[in-house]
Write a protein that binds this ligand. Structure first.
Ligand code: NAD
Length: 488
């Protein structure tokens, strides 16, 4: 049995109170690891370690911080087979996805921010004659990072990359459900040569470790990815020292298929939008909105694809959809099937666990497609599973109205060959990201985040560097005369 400690000050240690948590294999519910469970006092010592490491790390040449991030990217790449397997074992991601998406994206993100470290520079505003004004981007200090369970390794790249490049030190709390790849990453962080205390990882429950990190007076910023409900609670918990916050919260992605779309591409792209990672993605295209003139043809093709998706053991390379990450989450998703039926929705396929007896102990749900009214709960609330609602529209205005009728505003997709419509719709959709004739594209250079109940702040790109720095404006009097303090 795998056992892992908390990673504090460059060492793996037990929790101070000796608490542990079991990590389950979502494929069969078995225990695959026992991990130390950090509590409030463990967060306190991790924050102390990060605070002690901060002066050295923040004053290191930016190029040297970058070099360590690049070395880490190389090490992740060298261990990509092992990391992909571990991620699949722990989260249920199909091995194909962990191998071709999660790990390469993590490598690419660390490389991007490794390269960014010594290129992110200040500027000189052109101010009055006689003065020199320059602006530096100073690191914030100790930052807290609270991470959900859907893409644990990839989120390490998104969060650690910019935080470290900018000169901050970090205390991260991964999800209690899937801490294994993050803890393995800690070993690679040590191997890469990061000084002790620069990165500290404390797996534990939200109510204990998470809440303490959010409230800690010596933490200058919290980057939180998780549900909207918890995001609201982080705002309250963090108020004591007016921490800076970055909130990457839930989504209810509208995916609109127009009558002029390439239907084959739209069907494939829409399946990826909702069924990739079992729909456990904040940007999932969970609301299909299809033009009424092509709805029958689109649905026929979409159903034909969904019913042939290979659901199975994530470690089997042929698997296209694995289990959900926990039994509790599986039950929550299936409860939404009952809610859909109670509200008059029609389950076109799925809506239950697969019949295959070899999957009976796992947390599986079949790909589920439900015809539902845009006003129903399943079209408003985030299900976060392989569950897509389908509704129809008759005009661009109606499509916009339906798409914008949730409080969320994260990702949205459009399928059309009409260039003007594509630009017009991209402009009016209330979302942080819009994909045209594609869905769920992400890149380390492009900002990622949402509006409304999807939160605020952005991961990746230059925006992420802004998130992890404070601008400091310095004024130098070069040769300006100081006048009398007040004309008398
Ligand atoms: P969650 O909100 O339950 O938990 C997220 C993290 O917060 C976990 O580490 C958890 O332990 C911690 N936490 C829980 N209670 C806490 C508290 N009181 N104080 C501090 N921390 C606490 O979310 P989840 O179920 O792990 O993840 C799914 C959610 O994450 C979905 O809503 C999804 O949309 C969202 N998500 C958003 C993005 C994005 O970038 N916008 C990306 C991925 C996931």
């Amino acid at each position: 049995m795998l056992t892992r400690g908390l990673y504090i000050n460059g060492e793996f240690v037990d929790a101070l109170d000796g608490a542990t948590l079991d990590v389950l294999n979502p494929h069969d519910g078995s225990v695959i690891a026992v991990v130390a469970e950090g509590g409030e006092k463990d967060i306190d010592r991790a924050v102390r370690a990060a605070g002690a490491a901060y002066p050295g790390w923040s004053s290191l040449a930016a190029a040297d911080r970058g070099r360590l991030l690049l070395r880490l990217a190389d090490l992740i790449e060298e261990h990509s087979v092992e990391l992909a397997r571990l991620e699949s074992l722990d989260t249920g991601h199909p091995l194909h996805d962990s191998t071709l998406l999660d790990v390469p994206r993590t490598v690419a993100t660390f490389r991007y921010f490794g390269g960014m470290a010594d290129k992110y520079q200040g500027f000189l505003p052109p101010v009055e004659a006689g003065f020199l004004n320059y602006v530096t981007h100073d690191p914030i200090g100790v930052v807290g990072q609270i991470v959900p369970w859907n893409f644990p390794l990839m989120f390490c790249g998104w969060k650690l990359g910019p935080a470290l490049a900018a000169g901050n030190t970090v205390v991260m709390k991964p999800s209690e459900l899937v801490p294994l790849s993050t803890l393995r990453l800690c070993e690679l962080i040590a191997d890469a040569g990061f000084p002790p205390g620069v990165v500290n990882v404390v797996p534990g429950y939200g109510a204990r470790a998470g809440a303490r990190l959010a409230a800690h007076p010596d933490v200058g910023k919290v980057s939180f990815t998780g549900s909207t409900a918890m995001g609201r609670s982080i705002v309250t918990q963090s108020a004591g020292n007016l921490k800076r916050l970055q909130l990457e919260l839930g989504g209810k992605g509208a995916n609109i298929v127009f009558s002029d779309a390439n239907l084959v591409a739209a069907v494939n792209g829409s399946a990826f939008a909702i069924f990739h990672n079992q729909g456990q993605a904040c940007i999932a295209g969970s609301r299909l909105i299809v033009h009424e003139s092509i709805a029958d043809e689109f649905l026929e093709k979409f159903l034909a694809l969904a019913t042939t998706i290979r659901v199975g053991d994530p470690l089997d390379e042929r698997t296209e959809m694995g289990p959900l990450t926990s039994a509790m989450h599986r039950d929550r998703v299936l409860n939404y099937v009952d809610i859909a039926r109670a509200e008059g929705g029609e389950v076109l396929t799925g809506g239950k666990a697969p019949a295959n007896p070899t999957l009976a102990k796992g947390f599986y749900v079949e790909p589920t497609i439900v015809k539902a009214s845009p006003d129903s709960r399943v079209c408003k609330e985030e299900v976060f599973g392989p569950f897509v609602s389908v509704s129809t529209f008759s005009s661009d205005e109606e499509a916009t109205q339906i798409a914008n009728s949730t409080d969320y505003g994260l990702g949205a997709g459009l399928w059309t060959n009409d260039l003007s419509r594509a630009h017009r719709m991209a402009g009016v959709l209330r979302a942080g990201m819009v994909w045209v004739n594609s869905y769920k594209r992400v890149n380390p250079g492009s900002p990622f985040g949402g509006v409304g109940s999807s939160g605020y702040g952005r991961e990746m790109g230059f925006e992420a560097m802004h998130e992890y720095t404070e601008p400091k404006s310095v004024w130098i009097n070069v040769n300006a005369a100081i006048p009398p303090w007040y004309p008398r």
